[in-house]
Design a protein. Structure first.
Length: 112
């Protein structure tokens, strides 16, 4: 899915998990709503928000999909991969040179 779907799901989880208990407590304090009913409603709202969040994670709404990425983003990703490959090749060359230097120093140390 897209970023908008993930945002809306997050907003829904927050609204259910936080909004319903806060509203219930508000009505209990100011208008005398039943305390037991407020507690049950709050518990069910928190459990419901948890279930909705787990289902959203299970449906992989929060993971970016490669199909929705634009061609510019794919090109940037390819350029980053090429840069990382070049850096790794340079590090391999540096490691070879350092091994040659180490071997040369060992030979000099053995001669003395």
């Amino acid at each position: 899915m897209g970023k908008f779907s993930a945002f809306m799901l997050s907003l829904m989880v927050i609204a259910i998990g936080l909004g319903v208990p806060v509203a219930s407590i508000y009505f209990t304090v100011h208008y005398g709503f039943n305390e037991i009913l407020t507690g049950l409603l709050s518990i069910f709202a928190i459990i419901g928000a948890f279930v909705v969040g787990i289902v959203g994670i299970g449906e992989k709404i929060f993971e970016p999909s490669l199909e929705s990425t634009s061609s510019i983003e794919r090109e940037k990703l390819n350029m980053l991969r090429a840069s990382q490959r070049a850096t790794l090749e340079e590090l391999d060359e540096i490691a070879k040179i350092l091994k040659e230097i180490r071997d040369a120093l060992k030979e000099v140390q053995e001669v003395e």
